[in-house]
Design a protein around this ligand. Sequence first.
Ligand SMILES: [Zn+2]
Length: 122
Amino acid sequence: MDSFDFEAAMERMRNDPRFDVLRARLEAEPVLPPLSTIPAPEFPHPLRLGGVVRYRCPLDCGWHHDARPDDEPMGPLLLPAGFTTEDLSAAISSQAVVRSNNFRLRVEQAIAEHFDASHPDR
Ligand SMILES: [Zn+2]
């Protein structure tokens, strides 16, 4: 039985032009939350540098929630065998939507927990 050469497989992947598409898309599209009940975020540092997104309490009590969109797990990229660059692009786009939704839910939950703890009457 042949053993699997992981390094050789990684090298083949790195040399695959489809990998450049993946890398370019990942670098081009930071995950940003869609509008929701979340207050408008502030960006103390550029997102491209892995910056933090800050959400202040809408009641201005001084509390804030810092989040890093880049910390959202990537999850699996589901691709058919013999995938094309279009398949890859579609898979990355759908993964970005999932990450964005998860990020928004996490921020909304943090804000809801803050309101429960500090503004239970609101
Ligand atoms: Zn507050």
